[in-house]
Design a protein. Structure first.
Length: 478
């Protein structure tokens, strides 16, 4: 986002770019800006060029300027978990694309976009149905025939899958699981795995709109049991169709008697999935918001309400202690579901409109953060540029877009003093070229016919809560 160009980047766009890059042969995903930040002032002037904000160097990064997690962060985390487990397998695989792919144009909405990376008859199928600035269409009844060295593999067999618009996916074929169990193909995307004492657990998710099916070589294991699904055997292959969710499991007993477990989440659930090493073992945690583990503790942050729900596998130990109220809710499949509750808070600020272009906000002392991790100020406005001055110094600036302007207040509060925050807004000329990026807000505004557009829709505060989970000191752990 620069002064002249102010697009809002969807998480589906970020995900598609990464999946297309991987499917095209990339082995090293890179990001220009993964964590946004605030440029420090120079001795005589601001350090960056004037086509970008002088202070707020954010670019809608996965991790935003004040530590907020963008929706794109969660889509990329799912990919990063996959690369952590299967990157070594993927790296030596070569690329195969269908004939005519080089002639594909951005406005072609009817041709399926796909590629394969493979080595020695196994690999991954990459699908993308996203395109910037174009309304894509659903692709239905898809069947692909993979011509491999020793076989011709149809994915999927017997039925066609649907790839909805804006959906991208990675599907495995001839993937060797632990103990040589052979997954012929899956219409679900692999995410990660856990090495447990008595079994290995694999985690997949069903991309939105795709029916989840797993097909195994029946000669490579003893038996399979499925929860939340149906199974049939045909020509030494076992076809297992499942309903994705927390209670979806496939249990496989390998030829040597060891066990494998496959969990299949929905896409929505996968976007809340974190893998952490906690209390001596790897765990899966499903939670919205930033989550950090430090081996002996788990920290969570979330906004707006004093309640957050999470699910864990393996379940949390009985001797967990926390700064919040921890309530066990239920068991769903292998996951245990919990609720964390902290006292609800509202943060009221003294906000005065000095003029049509200027807002004065009195920031109280840091004591307002008691029980909170941060407080975010969200300013929804129609205009050209917003500038924030704290005690006369520029501490943040924003090029107006369809997104609200967010400021994390924690770093600016003093222990025992109030401070003055001035927000200044410059209007948008009605004929400004950047107006094409603000059509929704222009339509919602009440300044019809004006030569300059400036309207402040709302200024709100959003508390960010925090909870830390540890184990009781002195407890004896297995």
């Amino acid at each position: 986002m620069t002064y002249a160009h102010r697009p809002v980047i969807s998480p589906e766009c970020v995900q598609a770019m990464a999946i297309v890059a991987l499917g095209s042969g990339t082995n090293w995903l890179g990001y220009y800006m993964y964590h946004g930040g605030s440029n420090p002032p120079g001795k005589h002037a601001h350090l960056n060029e004037y086509t970008t904000p002088r202070v707020s160097y954010d670019f809608q990064a996965p991790v935003r300027e004040y530590g907020q997690l963008n929706a794109s962060y969660h889509h990329l985390r799912v990919l990063h978990l996959f690369l952590h487990e299967w990157g070594e397998t993927l790296a030596p695989m070569i690329v195969a694309v269908p004939p005519g792919s080089e002639q594909l144009t951005p406005d072609n909405t009817h041709t399926l976009r796909y590629a394969v990376r493979r080595k020695d008859g196994s690999g991954f199928l990459f699908l993308s149905n996203y395109q910037d600035h174009i309304e894509m269409q659903d692709h239905e009844g898809i069947q692909l025939r993979l011509e491999l060295p020793d076989e011709s593999l149809v994915v999927p067999e017997g039925w066609g899958l649907t790839l909805r618009k804006d959906v991208s996916a990675i599907l495995p074929f001839n993937l060797r699981l632990e103990r040589e169990v052979l997954l012929k193909y899956a219409t679900s995307q692999p995410v990660t795995k856990l090495h447990e004492v008595d079994q290995t657990t694999y985690v997949f998710f069903a991309p939105e709109g795709i029916e989840a099916e797993f097909v195994f070589d029946r000669t490579t294991y003893q038996r399979a049991e499925v929860a939340s699904g149906v199974s049939s055997v045909r020509d030494e292959r076992e076809f297992i169709k499942v309903e994705a969710g927390l209670d979806c499991q496939i249990h496989i007993t390998a030829l040597d008697g060891t066990h494998l477990q496959i969990l299949v989440l929905t896409q929505e659930q996968a976007l809340t999935l974190w893998k952490v090493h906690l209390w001596g073992e790897d765990r899966l945690i499903l939670a919205n918001g930033p989550l950090m583990s430090h081996d002996e503790s788990l920290e969570l942050c979330w906004q707006d309400r004093g309640v957050i729900r999470l699910a864990a596998y393996p379940s949390l130990p009985d001797d967990v202690v926390t700064s919040a109220e921890l309530h066990f809710e239920a068991t769903e499949g292998v996951f245990s579901r919990y609720t964390l509750v902290v006292p609800e808070r509202s943060v009221a600020l003294d906000i005065v409109q000095v003029s049509s272009r200027t807002i004065r906000i009195t920031l109280p002392a840091a004591s307002i953060l008691e029980g909170l991790h941060d407080v975010f100020l969200k300013i929804d406005y129609l205009g050209d540029v917003g500038s924030a001055y704290l005690d006369g110094r520029l501490i943040g600036d924003n090029f107006a877009s369809e997104l609200p302007w967010e400021i994390g207040l924690k770093r600016f509060l003093l222990p025992s003093e109030e401070r003055e925050l001035i927000l200044h807004f410059s209007p948008l000329a009605r004929d400004a070229p950047t107006g094409r990026y603000l059509q929704k807000k222009i339509a919602a505004g009440s300044t019809a016919g004006a030569n300059e557009l400036l309207e402040i829709f709302s200024i709100t505060t959003h508390p960010e809560y925090h909870a830390r989970l540890t184990r009781q000191k002195g407890a004896v752990h297995d």
